[in-house]
Design a protein around this ligand. Structure first.
Ligand SMILES: Nc1ncnc2c1ncn2[C@@H]1O[C@H](COP(=O)(O)OP(=O)(O)OP(=O)(O)O)[C@@H](O)[C@H]1O
Length: 328
Protein backbone atom coordinates (compact mmCIF):
# COMPACT_ATOMS: atom_id res chain seq x y z
CA UNK A 1 0.00 0.00 0.00
CA UNK A 2 1.48 3.37 -0.91
CA UNK A 3 0.90 6.71 0.64
CA UNK A 4 -1.04 8.66 -1.96
CA UNK A 5 -0.23 12.25 -2.69
CA UNK A 6 -2.95 14.92 -2.65
CA UNK A 7 -5.29 14.81 -5.59
CA UNK A 8 -8.25 16.76 -6.75
CA UNK A 9 -10.11 13.74 -8.08
CA UNK A 10 -12.07 11.60 -5.63
CA UNK A 11 -9.48 10.63 -3.01
CA UNK A 12 -9.45 12.44 0.31
CA UNK A 13 -6.14 14.27 0.42
CA UNK A 14 -4.51 15.81 3.48
CA UNK A 15 -5.78 19.19 2.32
CA UNK A 16 -9.12 18.41 0.69
CA UNK A 17 -9.87 20.66 -2.28
CA UNK A 18 -13.59 20.74 -1.49
CA UNK A 19 -14.52 24.15 -0.15
CA UNK A 20 -17.55 24.95 1.99
CA UNK A 21 -19.05 26.91 -0.88
CA UNK A 22 -18.79 24.04 -3.36
CA UNK A 23 -20.08 21.60 -0.76
CA UNK A 24 -23.08 23.85 -0.03
CA UNK A 25 -23.73 24.18 -3.72
CA UNK A 26 -23.46 20.43 -4.14
CA UNK A 27 -25.86 19.84 -1.27
CA UNK A 28 -28.41 22.35 -2.51
CA UNK A 29 -28.38 20.86 -5.98
CA UNK A 30 -28.20 17.26 -4.97
CA UNK A 31 -31.83 16.88 -4.05
CA UNK A 32 -32.80 17.82 -7.58
CA UNK A 33 -30.10 15.46 -8.85
CA UNK A 34 -31.58 12.64 -6.80
CA UNK A 35 -35.11 13.46 -7.97
CA UNK A 36 -33.95 13.47 -11.56
CA UNK A 37 -32.04 10.23 -10.98
CA UNK A 38 -35.06 8.56 -9.46
CA UNK A 39 -37.32 9.76 -12.25
CA UNK A 40 -34.97 8.36 -14.88
CA UNK A 41 -34.56 5.11 -13.00
CA UNK A 42 -38.33 4.77 -12.59
CA UNK A 43 -38.81 5.42 -16.29
CA UNK A 44 -36.23 2.79 -17.15
CA UNK A 45 -37.27 0.12 -14.70
CA UNK A 46 -41.00 0.34 -15.43
CA UNK A 47 -40.77 -1.53 -18.74
CA UNK A 48 -38.29 -3.94 -17.17
CA UNK A 49 -40.60 -4.65 -14.23
CA UNK A 50 -43.50 -5.10 -16.60
CA UNK A 51 -41.41 -7.55 -18.60
CA UNK A 52 -40.75 -9.58 -15.45
CA UNK A 53 -44.42 -10.60 -15.38
CA UNK A 54 -43.98 -12.16 -18.83
CA UNK A 55 -42.50 -15.64 -19.33
CA UNK A 56 -38.71 -15.47 -19.27
CA UNK A 57 -36.82 -15.70 -22.49
CA UNK A 58 -33.33 -17.19 -22.49
CA UNK A 59 -30.62 -14.52 -22.17
CA UNK A 60 -26.91 -14.42 -22.50
CA UNK A 61 -25.13 -15.70 -19.37
CA UNK A 62 -24.22 -12.42 -17.66
CA UNK A 63 -21.47 -13.79 -15.40
CA UNK A 64 -19.23 -14.92 -18.27
CA UNK A 65 -16.53 -12.33 -18.90
CA UNK A 66 -16.43 -11.20 -22.50
CA UNK A 67 -13.52 -9.89 -24.50
CA UNK A 68 -13.57 -8.24 -27.87
CA UNK A 69 -10.30 -9.55 -29.30
CA UNK A 70 -7.75 -6.79 -29.80
CA UNK A 71 -6.84 -7.65 -33.40
CA UNK A 72 -10.49 -7.14 -34.40
CA UNK A 73 -10.31 -3.68 -32.96
CA UNK A 74 -8.47 -0.76 -34.39
CA UNK A 75 -5.70 -0.17 -31.86
CA UNK A 76 -4.56 3.39 -32.32
CA UNK A 77 -1.49 5.33 -31.34
CA UNK A 78 0.17 5.16 -27.95
CA UNK A 79 -2.04 6.89 -25.39
CA UNK A 80 0.08 6.10 -22.38
CA UNK A 81 3.85 6.28 -22.60
CA UNK A 82 5.87 5.47 -19.51
CA UNK A 83 9.63 5.94 -19.58
CA UNK A 84 12.18 5.17 -16.88
CA UNK A 85 9.68 5.42 -14.03
CA UNK A 86 11.42 4.96 -10.70
CA UNK A 87 10.35 5.33 -7.07
CA UNK A 88 12.26 4.61 -3.85
CA UNK A 89 10.96 4.55 -0.33
CA UNK A 90 14.16 4.89 1.69
CA UNK A 91 16.32 1.92 0.76
CA UNK A 92 13.40 0.13 -0.87
CA UNK A 93 13.17 0.46 -4.66
CA UNK A 94 9.44 0.07 -5.21
CA UNK A 95 9.49 0.80 -8.95
CA UNK A 96 12.67 0.34 -10.90
CA UNK A 97 13.00 1.93 -14.33
CA UNK A 98 9.60 0.86 -15.61
CA UNK A 99 8.83 1.52 -19.28
CA UNK A 100 5.51 0.65 -20.89
CA UNK A 101 3.53 1.72 -23.91
CA UNK A 102 -0.24 1.36 -24.03
CA UNK A 103 -2.08 1.85 -27.31
CA UNK A 104 -5.50 3.41 -27.69
CA UNK A 105 -8.25 0.82 -27.43
CA UNK A 106 -6.18 -1.55 -25.30
CA UNK A 107 -7.51 -3.40 -22.30
CA UNK A 108 -4.22 -3.59 -20.46
CA UNK A 109 -3.70 -5.70 -17.34
CA UNK A 110 -0.87 -5.21 -14.87
CA UNK A 111 -0.15 -8.18 -12.67
CA UNK A 112 2.49 -8.96 -10.09
CA UNK A 113 2.93 -10.49 -6.66
CA UNK A 114 2.19 -8.56 -3.46
CA UNK A 115 4.61 -5.67 -3.09
CA UNK A 116 5.72 -5.85 -6.74
CA UNK A 117 5.09 -2.15 -7.30
CA UNK A 118 1.77 -2.16 -9.16
CA UNK A 119 0.01 0.41 -6.99
CA UNK A 120 3.12 2.59 -6.85
CA UNK A 121 3.34 2.49 -10.66
CA UNK A 122 -0.37 3.27 -11.18
CA UNK A 123 -0.19 6.08 -8.62
CA UNK A 124 2.69 7.70 -10.51
CA UNK A 125 0.88 7.26 -13.85
CA UNK A 126 -2.17 9.10 -12.56
CA UNK A 127 -0.48 12.01 -10.82
CA UNK A 128 -1.13 10.74 -7.30
CA UNK A 129 2.48 9.99 -6.36
CA UNK A 130 5.47 11.92 -7.63
CA UNK A 131 8.14 9.75 -9.27
CA UNK A 132 11.80 10.11 -8.36
CA UNK A 133 12.56 9.98 -12.05
CA UNK A 134 10.94 9.08 -15.32
CA UNK A 135 8.18 10.46 -17.47
CA UNK A 136 4.51 9.68 -18.06
CA UNK A 137 2.64 10.96 -21.11
CA UNK A 138 -1.14 10.52 -21.34
CA UNK A 139 -2.34 11.33 -24.86
CA UNK A 140 0.88 13.30 -25.21
CA UNK A 141 0.31 15.32 -22.03
CA UNK A 142 3.05 15.09 -19.41
CA UNK A 143 1.22 14.02 -16.25
CA UNK A 144 3.70 15.73 -13.96
CA UNK A 145 4.25 18.90 -15.99
CA UNK A 146 0.59 19.57 -16.87
CA UNK A 147 -1.37 17.79 -14.13
CA UNK A 148 -4.64 19.68 -14.66
CA UNK A 149 -4.75 18.79 -18.37
CA UNK A 150 -3.71 15.23 -17.67
CA UNK A 151 -6.44 14.77 -15.05
CA UNK A 152 -9.10 15.69 -17.58
CA UNK A 153 -7.85 12.84 -19.76
CA UNK A 154 -7.54 10.21 -17.04
CA UNK A 155 -10.16 8.59 -14.84
CA UNK A 156 -8.67 7.06 -11.70
CA UNK A 157 -9.74 4.36 -9.31
CA UNK A 158 -7.05 4.54 -6.64
CA UNK A 159 -6.15 1.53 -4.55
CA UNK A 160 -6.68 3.20 -1.20
CA UNK A 161 -10.32 4.19 -1.40
CA UNK A 162 -10.23 7.47 0.36
CA UNK A 163 -13.53 8.93 -0.68
CA UNK A 164 -15.63 11.75 0.71
CA UNK A 165 -17.73 9.13 2.42
CA UNK A 166 -19.90 11.56 4.38
CA UNK A 167 -21.53 12.46 1.08
CA UNK A 168 -24.29 10.34 -0.37
CA UNK A 169 -23.56 8.43 -3.57
CA UNK A 170 -25.47 11.05 -5.58
CA UNK A 171 -23.59 13.88 -3.90
CA UNK A 172 -20.27 12.18 -4.57
CA UNK A 173 -21.13 11.75 -8.24
CA UNK A 174 -22.31 15.35 -8.43
CA UNK A 175 -19.13 16.56 -6.77
CA UNK A 176 -16.93 14.47 -9.08
CA UNK A 177 -18.73 15.80 -12.16
CA UNK A 178 -18.77 19.42 -10.96
CA UNK A 179 -15.07 19.21 -10.14
CA UNK A 180 -14.45 18.21 -13.75
CA UNK A 181 -16.42 21.20 -15.01
CA UNK A 182 -19.55 19.36 -16.15
CA UNK A 183 -22.78 21.34 -16.16
CA UNK A 184 -25.69 20.35 -13.91
CA UNK A 185 -27.79 18.69 -16.58
CA UNK A 186 -24.87 16.60 -17.83
CA UNK A 187 -23.99 15.53 -14.29
CA UNK A 188 -27.62 14.53 -13.60
CA UNK A 189 -27.88 12.50 -16.78
CA UNK A 190 -24.55 10.75 -16.34
CA UNK A 191 -25.08 10.11 -12.61
CA UNK A 192 -28.37 8.39 -13.41
CA UNK A 193 -26.80 6.36 -16.22
CA UNK A 194 -23.89 5.27 -14.03
CA UNK A 195 -26.08 4.41 -11.04
CA UNK A 196 -28.21 2.22 -13.28
CA UNK A 197 -25.23 0.64 -15.02
CA UNK A 198 -23.63 -0.27 -11.71
CA UNK A 199 -26.89 -1.39 -10.11
CA UNK A 200 -26.66 1.08 -7.23
CA UNK A 201 -29.68 3.19 -8.13
CA UNK A 202 -31.38 2.30 -4.84
CA UNK A 203 -28.34 3.40 -2.83
CA UNK A 204 -27.60 6.82 -4.31
CA UNK A 205 -29.22 8.72 -1.47
CA UNK A 206 -27.39 6.80 1.26
CA UNK A 207 -24.07 7.88 2.75
CA UNK A 208 -21.08 6.30 1.03
CA UNK A 209 -19.75 5.52 4.53
CA UNK A 210 -22.63 3.05 4.88
CA UNK A 211 -21.91 1.23 1.60
CA UNK A 212 -20.49 -2.29 1.49
CA UNK A 213 -16.96 -2.75 0.09
CA UNK A 214 -18.32 -3.73 -3.33
CA UNK A 215 -20.78 -0.83 -3.46
CA UNK A 216 -17.99 1.55 -2.45
CA UNK A 217 -15.90 0.21 -5.30
CA UNK A 218 -18.79 0.75 -7.72
CA UNK A 219 -19.48 4.35 -6.68
CA UNK A 220 -15.74 5.10 -6.89
CA UNK A 221 -15.67 3.61 -10.39
CA UNK A 222 -18.71 5.64 -11.37
CA UNK A 223 -17.02 8.79 -10.05
CA UNK A 224 -13.89 7.90 -12.06
CA UNK A 225 -15.94 7.63 -15.26
CA UNK A 226 -18.34 10.56 -14.97
CA UNK A 227 -16.20 12.99 -16.99
CA UNK A 228 -15.88 10.44 -19.83
CA UNK A 229 -12.07 10.27 -19.70
CA UNK A 230 -10.09 8.87 -22.61
CA UNK A 231 -8.03 6.67 -20.31
CA UNK A 232 -9.17 4.73 -17.25
CA UNK A 233 -6.52 3.63 -14.74
CA UNK A 234 -8.08 1.25 -12.25
CA UNK A 235 -6.27 -0.30 -9.31
CA UNK A 236 -7.91 -3.65 -8.56
CA UNK A 237 -11.39 -2.69 -9.82
CA UNK A 238 -12.82 -6.19 -9.41
CA UNK A 239 -11.71 -6.66 -5.81
CA UNK A 240 -14.75 -7.09 -3.49
CA UNK A 241 -17.14 -6.98 -6.44
CA UNK A 242 -19.56 -9.91 -6.76
CA UNK A 243 -19.33 -12.10 -9.91
CA UNK A 244 -22.43 -10.73 -11.65
CA UNK A 245 -21.39 -7.13 -10.94
CA UNK A 246 -17.88 -7.99 -12.15
CA UNK A 247 -19.34 -9.30 -15.41
CA UNK A 248 -21.43 -6.10 -15.77
CA UNK A 249 -18.39 -3.96 -15.04
CA UNK A 250 -16.34 -5.93 -17.54
CA UNK A 251 -19.02 -5.39 -20.16
CA UNK A 252 -19.06 -1.63 -19.48
CA UNK A 253 -15.27 -1.54 -19.82
CA UNK A 254 -15.23 -3.71 -22.96
CA UNK A 255 -17.72 -1.38 -24.65
CA UNK A 256 -15.65 1.58 -23.52
CA UNK A 257 -12.49 0.22 -25.16
CA UNK A 258 -14.43 -0.90 -28.24
CA UNK A 259 -15.45 2.73 -28.74
CA UNK A 260 -11.90 4.05 -28.46
CA UNK A 261 -11.28 4.35 -24.72
CA UNK A 262 -8.31 2.69 -23.07
CA UNK A 263 -8.24 0.73 -19.80
CA UNK A 264 -5.21 -0.02 -17.66
CA UNK A 265 -5.97 -2.07 -14.58
CA UNK A 266 -4.23 -4.13 -11.96
CA UNK A 267 -5.59 -7.33 -10.53
CA UNK A 268 -4.60 -10.54 -8.80
CA UNK A 269 -7.19 -12.54 -10.73
CA UNK A 270 -4.98 -14.25 -13.33
CA UNK A 271 -7.79 -16.19 -14.91
CA UNK A 272 -9.96 -13.11 -15.20
CA UNK A 273 -7.12 -10.98 -16.57
CA UNK A 274 -6.33 -13.65 -19.15
CA UNK A 275 -9.94 -13.71 -20.31
CA UNK A 276 -10.68 -9.98 -20.37
CA UNK A 277 -7.38 -8.24 -21.20
CA UNK A 278 -5.74 -8.13 -24.61
CA UNK A 279 -2.39 -6.87 -23.26
CA UNK A 280 -0.59 -7.59 -20.02
CA UNK A 281 2.57 -6.65 -18.13
CA UNK A 282 4.06 -8.79 -15.38
CA UNK A 283 5.87 -6.72 -12.75
CA UNK A 284 8.11 -8.37 -10.18
CA UNK A 285 10.27 -6.49 -7.65
CA UNK A 286 9.48 -3.19 -9.34
CA UNK A 287 10.62 -4.29 -12.79
CA UNK A 288 8.65 -5.24 -15.89
CA UNK A 289 9.67 -8.82 -16.64
CA UNK A 290 7.31 -9.35 -19.54
CA UNK A 291 4.89 -7.13 -21.47
CA UNK A 292 2.95 -7.35 -24.70
CA UNK A 293 -0.17 -8.94 -26.08
CA UNK A 294 -1.70 -11.61 -23.88
CA UNK A 295 -0.57 -14.33 -26.28
CA UNK A 296 2.98 -12.97 -26.48
CA UNK A 297 3.34 -12.91 -22.71
CA UNK A 298 1.82 -16.25 -21.84
CA UNK A 299 3.02 -18.22 -24.89
CA UNK A 300 1.70 -21.77 -24.73
CA UNK A 301 1.15 -21.60 -20.95
CA UNK A 302 -1.64 -19.98 -19.00
CA UNK A 303 -1.05 -16.48 -17.67
CA UNK A 304 -1.02 -17.91 -14.16
CA UNK A 305 1.69 -20.45 -15.04
CA UNK A 306 3.77 -17.75 -16.70
CA UNK A 307 3.23 -15.46 -13.72
CA UNK A 308 4.31 -18.12 -11.21
CA UNK A 309 7.37 -18.89 -13.32
CA UNK A 310 8.45 -15.23 -13.50
CA UNK A 311 7.56 -14.47 -9.89
CA UNK A 312 9.94 -17.14 -8.68
CA UNK A 313 7.77 -20.22 -8.37
CA UNK A 314 5.72 -21.53 -5.50
CA UNK A 315 7.17 -22.00 -2.04
CA UNK A 316 6.95 -25.54 -0.68
CA UNK A 317 4.76 -25.58 2.43
CA UNK A 318 7.39 -27.21 4.63
CA UNK A 319 8.35 -26.45 8.22
CA UNK A 320 4.77 -25.73 9.25
CA UNK A 321 4.11 -28.96 11.11
CA UNK A 322 3.25 -26.98 14.27
CA UNK A 323 0.12 -25.78 12.48
CA UNK A 324 -1.22 -29.33 12.42
CA UNK A 325 -0.65 -30.04 16.10
CA UNK A 326 -3.78 -28.21 17.36
CA UNK A 327 -2.40 -27.13 20.71
CA UNK A 328 -5.75 -26.51 22.45
N1 LIG B 1 4.42 4.85 1.35
C1 LIG B 1 5.30 3.85 1.36
N2 LIG B 1 6.33 3.86 2.20
C2 LIG B 1 7.24 2.88 2.21
N3 LIG B 1 7.19 1.82 1.39
C3 LIG B 1 6.18 1.75 0.54
C4 LIG B 1 5.17 2.75 0.47
N4 LIG B 1 4.30 2.41 -0.49
C5 LIG B 1 4.73 1.25 -1.00
N5 LIG B 1 5.84 0.85 -0.40
C6 LIG B 1 6.62 -0.36 -0.69
O1 LIG B 1 6.82 -0.39 -2.10
C7 LIG B 1 6.71 -1.72 -2.57
C8 LIG B 1 5.63 -1.78 -3.66
O2 LIG B 1 4.38 -1.55 -3.06
P1 LIG B 1 3.05 -1.52 -3.92
O3 LIG B 1 1.94 -1.15 -3.00
O4 LIG B 1 3.26 -0.67 -5.11
O5 LIG B 1 2.93 -3.03 -4.37
P2 LIG B 1 1.71 -3.78 -5.09
O6 LIG B 1 2.30 -4.52 -6.24
O7 LIG B 1 0.62 -2.84 -5.38
O8 LIG B 1 1.30 -4.80 -3.95
P3 LIG B 1 -0.12 -5.49 -3.62
O9 LIG B 1 -0.39 -6.47 -4.73
O10 LIG B 1 0.14 -6.19 -2.34
O11 LIG B 1 -1.16 -4.40 -3.52
C9 LIG B 1 6.40 -2.60 -1.35
O12 LIG B 1 7.60 -3.14 -0.90
C10 LIG B 1 5.86 -1.62 -0.35
O13 LIG B 1 6.13 -2.04 0.95
Amino acid sequence: MVELAPTSVVSVPPTPPIGPQLLDEAKSLVSSTIDATRARIAARTAPRNAARTQPRTPRRASAKPMRIPAPERDLGEAVLEIEGLTKRFGEQIAVDDVALEVKQGSFYGIVGPNGAGKTTTLSMITGLLRPDSGRVLAHGVDVWKEPARAKRIIGVLPDALRLFDRLTGAQLLYYSGALRGLDNETVRTRAADLATAFGIEDAVDRLVADYSAGMTKKIALAAAMIHSPRLLVLDEPFESVDPVSAANLNEILQRYVASGGTVVLSSHGMDFIQRVCDHVAIIVNGRVLSAGTMDEVRGSASLEERFVELAGGRKAAEGMEWLHSFTD
